[in-house]
Design a protein around this ligand. Structure first.
Ligand SMILES: Cc1cc2nc3c(=O)[nH]c(=O)nc-3n(C[C@H](O)[C@H](O)[C@H](O)COP(=O)(O)OP(=O)(O)OC[C@H]3O[C@@H](n4cnc5c(N)ncnc54)[C@H](O)[C@@H]3O)c2cc1C
Length: 396
């Protein structure tokens, strides 16, 4: 499914029980229970790179968005500010609040949009094309702020990711590629999702499609800032270390150098910090289960005691106590990408330093090799895919 058939049929949304033309691996890749390297290796074990090219490129889109945001943390903070302002405005704007409520509960009268919103809430997943159509309808037809749509997706997607989601929404809104917007068109929805909806919703499935906006223009918002340097990371220290796992990266076995003496492991799930509204049930359940799974696997790999820490009331204080209780001076963790987990770890770094401890961020080879090519457009990174895969021992 990662070869030519993926390229041919990946754009079809066949419905919530039939998303079998795409991998549906994103929640596992996003938490790195499966790494990008793992899935690309699996694709290349069955197909030549030329046949698996489209699948590999899609995985690399994720890498591109992560790297792009890593070079421009201010795009994430500007999104957070915009989201909070837009949420505040709703309290003073009853008709805007009603339109927002109708959108998130799937009661707009645009049958396909309403079905996607129900699917998102119930399953935590939407097909990529559905994400593009739904975000376009949200912005241009319903006239709702893009940052509120991004917040709603982030709360509910089980693969909710700061980079892919924020930059996906900015791309649709015409903020990522200057002047280039994404318009959802009825004929395109009919081609790629018509079978799904005629079966799911009956003859009325087209209702509201005649309302889709045409002649759209990019929304106003922050232009892309220039790319800065990538954040500093460290190498793994010699001697005993404590290992910290979060939902950002749960495969330490392929990150921490062989022979490292891991003496204690802590797992922390911060799913609720995605949004002031917290995370939806499917997203929260998946993230908590993922962290527990990463913790269990690591504990048996290193034969080290594992502690599951709670995000409430103060995760950083709990981590400091855990480090003290286990007599840990050096903690290691996967480099936290820009997003909602990173500020907590930055705070931990400062508090640990005040008690004589250190937190080391380890960067994966995959990121170290690809991210320098994520400063501009995707094309610059795409060109490098065969060479970078070869340096990683994949694809040739
Ligand atoms: C508005 C919007 C919001 C999005 N929000 C997220 C998000 O929060 N988290 C997230 O992981 N993806 C997000 N995406 C990207 C994409 O929709 C999902 O990664 C994809 O639908 C996941 O399904 P899959 O695993 O079946 O993908 P497949 O088609 O099987 O692709 C394989 C893998 O490649 C990566 N991938 C595929 N398409 C994209 C893409 N367009 N951008 C980035 N990575 C991609 C994913 O890791 C995916 O698992 C968003 C896209 C849009 C347009």
């Amino acid at each position: 499914m990662m070869g030519r058939s993926y390229a041919q049929s990946r754009n079809y949304d066949y419905g919530r029980t039939a998303h079998n033309r795409v991998s549906r691996l994103s929640p596992w890749i996003r938490t790195r229970l499966l790494t990008e390297s793992d899935v690309v290796a699996a694709a290349l074990a069955r197909h030549a790179l030329s046949s698996a090219e489209k699948f590999v490129q899609e995985v690399c889109w994720r890498t591109y968005w992560k790297g792009w945001l890593q070079h421009r943390p201010s795009v994430w903070t500007a999104y957070l500010e915009q989201r909070d302002q837009d949420l505040d405005r709703l309290t003073a704007d009853p008709s805007g609040a009603a339109a927002y409520e109708a959108a998130i509960t799937g009661q707009t009268g645009i049958a396909v949009f309403d079905a996607w919103m129900a699917e998102l809430l119930e399953t935590g997943y939407l097909h990529n094309h559905a994400r593009m159509w739904a975000s376009s309808i949200w912005i241009y037809t319903l006239g709702l702020p893009w940052a509120l749509g991004a917040d709603h997706f982030l709360r509910h997607l089980i693969d909710g990711d700061a980079a892919s989601n924020t930059l996906g929404w900015r791309w649709v809104a015409g903020l990522h590629t200057q002047g280039k917007t994404y318009a959802a068109r009825a004929s395109n929805i009919e081609t790629y999702a018509g079978d799904r909806f005629s079966e799911e919703c009956g003859p009325g499935w087209r209702s509201g499609l005649d309302r889709l906006a045409t002649g759209i223009t990019p929304v106003a918002g922050q232009a892309n800032p220039p790319a800065g340097a990538l954040p500093e990371v460290s190498s793994c220290p010699d001697g005993p270390v404590g290992l910290l796992l979060t939902e950002e990266d749960l495969h330490p076995m392929s990150l921490v150098p062989t022979g490292t003496q891991v003496t204690a492991i802590a797992g922390l799930c911060l799913a609720g910090a995605r949004s002031p509204g917290g995370a939806g049930q499917p997203a929260r359940t998946f993230a908590e289960g993922a962290v527990q799974s990463g913790l269990d696997t690591s504990a048996s790999y290193w034969s080290a005691p594992a502690t599951s820490l709670s995000a409430q009331p103060d995760p950083v204080a709990q981590l400091c106590t855990w480090a003290r209780d286990h007599h840990l001076t050096d903690l290691v963790t996967a480099e936290p990408p820009i997003g909602w987990v990173r500020p907590h770890l930055e705070m931990l770094r400062i508090r640990l330093a005040s008690q004589g401890g250190r937190l080391h961020y380890l960067r994966r080879d995959w990121d170290a090799r690809f991210w320098p090519h994520a400063r501009k457009g995707f094309f610059a990174l795409k060109k490098q895919i065969p060479d970078v895969l070869a340096t990683l021992g994949l694809g040739r």
